[in-house]
Structures are given as C-alpha cells and as structure tokens.
Design a protein around this ligand. Structure first.
Ligand SMILES: NC(=O)c1ccc[n+]([C@@H]2O[C@H](COP(=O)([O-])OP(=O)(O)OC[C@H]3O[C@@H](n4cnc5c(N)ncnc54)[C@H](OP(=O)(O)O)[C@@H]3O)[C@@H](O)[C@H]2O)c1
Length: 282
C-alpha cells in the first residue's frame, strides 16, 4: 500500500487515477487548485495548491508521500479556455516545481503522463513540452514511471461538437490508424505501471480505428449522415499561423491533431471500453 499524491486530480485522467488507487487499497492524496470544484471520489485527503505559485504548500502536500503521480498540465481541449499560454510555458514549470519538491521531500517515485510517440513527434510543441519534462525527470535521480498515452476518449467530444454544425475534418486521407483509450482504462494502466515499477510504458485502448472510422462513429452517435472533408496542408498552415499569436495553446493543439491525423498512433492495447459506445452515451 502506497501513499500517492495525485497532481491534476480534478482533471479528466487524474480523477480516475484517484479512484483506481483507492480501489486497489492505496491512499490517494488529491492535489487540486480549487477543492470545491471537483468530485474527488476515492481521495483520502485533498490538498489545495496552485503549482505555479512559488508559495504553494508543497512540502506539506508531500509529507509521508511514497509516489507522486502527475497529470497536471494545460487543458488539451480545442474549446476556447482562459489559459492561452504555450504548453511549454505552463506544463514544464508546474511539473518542475512538483519534481523539485518531491526530491526535497524524499519521495521514491515520480510518475508522469506524456504523449504517445514522444520521440517521433518531438518537433511538435505540445509533445516537446512533455518530452522536455521527461528528460528532466530522468536526470533527477528519482525512480520514474513515464506513461506515454494515446488520445483520451473525451478529446473526441470536440469532434462531436464540431460535426453537429458541419463536416468532420480530415488532415490526411483518413487511413491513419489509432487506438484511443478511455480515461478510466488508462488510469488502470497507470496504477499498474506504478505498482510494477515500470520506467516507461506506452498505452492505448483495445480497438484500432482509422481516422475515417472514428469520424463515422461520431456521426453515427448523433444520428447524422457522415460528411467528411480533407483540409489541404496550406490551409492548415494558415490556420495555425493565424491562431498562434492569439491563442498559443490551441495553435499547438491544432498542429498536433493535424499531425496525428496523418500518421499511425498505435500503442499496446489496454482496457475494454469502446469509442463508439462512449460517443453514443455522451
Ligand atoms: N487528452 C489527451 O488526449 C491526452 C493524451 C496524451 C497525454 N495527455 C496528457 O495527459 C495529462 C492529463 O491530461 P487530462 O486530459 O487529464 O488534462 P486535464 O483534464 O486538463 O487536467 C489537467 C489538470 O492539471 C491541473 N493543473 C493545471 N495547472 C495547474 C496548476 N498550476 N496547479 C495545479 N494543478 C494544475 C488542472 O487543474 P484544474 O482542475 O484546477 O484546472 C487539471 O486538473 C496532460 O499532461 C495531457 O497533455 C492527454
């Protein structure tokens, strides 16, 4: 049984990790910015801390902690959000602060969620922000568990919203394959990786789909005839250039989504939940 501090515990993945830790008999301490805001089922304790605040009470948050699990970072949604800074400017400093505090507190292991295909896709700002932290974690001397995850199911809700108004956009010919994963299934894989002391693990879901099939599932979920269009590369480039100075976060995310729309994103399969059923129930 371990005491685990979960950073990003109110997020899409973090809340499932808290529940999974508790279901397996671990003691989950949830670190959140606003404890009043979220359902934190399974958390034994909740600590409020903003990791970007140099005065954050991290020493207290880490007292008696064996393992830190961090899913803390910028939101990945393509919806407008308050935060517009780059992933590097947000994710890197907050995880760096947590890592420094974890070392000072004598934590044994630091687990971190990065992006599948990290090395191959490092030219993308979103991916590089995660990989740079992975490099710092590896150099820290702490035991590490790096989980490189494929797309989370909730990320497909952006597509569901978009196709209610218009066509689905393909960034390639639609044949690139992926095996996305439900956040609850990913949480199981994360906790197992920590329990087994794995250093690095790639995690995807149980079902491989092409980008065209994913879009078709989304149309089926809303009972609409599929309509797909392909966005030419120069138009995509123009969209990213326009967005970048106004909303760096969404520009980086758009670049990432476009890149993975043209290349296979496949990882060892975990879990049982299927994308079509998830979209239908959303
Ligand atoms: N979504 C995907 O498809 C995908 C795929 C692969 C990897 N990832 C990565 O996996 C990680 C988790 O993703 P997710 O979708 O679960 O993210 P999420 O739902 O946006 O959750 C991120 C969490 O980080 C917290 N956070 C942000 N800034 C913070 C700060 N200054 N201090 C304390 N907490 C802070 C947020 O707290 P609040 O609740 O207070 O906002 C939020 O709970 C991210 O690094 C993401 O890039 C995502």
């Amino acid at each position: 049984m371990k005491r685990v501090l979960v950073a990003g515990a109110g997020g899409h993945l973090g809340r499932h990790v808290v529940a999974e830790l508790s279901a397996r008999g671990h003691r989950a301490r949830a670190l959140v910015r606003d404890p009043g805001k979220r359902d934190l089922a399974g958390a034994e304790e909740v600590v409020a801390a903003d990791l970007s605040d140099p005065e954050a009470p991290l020493a207290e948050a880490l007292e008696g902690v064996d393992v830190v699990f961090s899913a803390a970072g910028q939101s990945c949604t393509m919806q407008r959000a308050v935060e517009r800074a780059s992933f590097r400017d947000v994710d890197l400093p907050i995880n760096r602060a947590l890592l420094a505090a974890a070392r000072a507190a004598g934590v044994q292991r630091f687990a971190y969620v990065a992006v599948l295909g990290g090395e191959r896709l490092r030219h993308l700002d979103y991916v590089a922000a995660h990989e740079d932290f992975v490099g710092e974690l590896a150099a820290s001397g702490l035991d590490r568990t790096v989980i490189r995850a494929n797309g989370f199911f909730y990320s497909y809700l952006d597509m569901l919203q978009a196709i209610r108004r218009g066509p689905a956009i393909l960034f390639g010919d639609g044949s690139a394959r992926s095996n996305p994963i439900h956040e609850a299934d990913l949480a199981v894989a994360c906790v197992e990786a920590i329990e087994r002391g794995l250093e690095e693990v790639d995690v995807g879901g149980p079902e491989t789909l092409t980008r065209r099939e994913e879009a078709e599932l989304a149309f089926a979920a809303i009972g609409k005839k599929p309509r797909l269009i392909r966005l030419p590369a120069p138009l995509l480039g123009a969209a990213v250039r326009l967005l970048r100075p106004r909303d760096r976060r969404r520009a980086e995310m758009l670049e990432f989504i476009a890149a993975i729309g043209r290349t296979d994103m496949l990882a060892p399969a975990h879990g049982e939940r299927r994308l079509g059923e998830y979209l239908e129930s959303s």
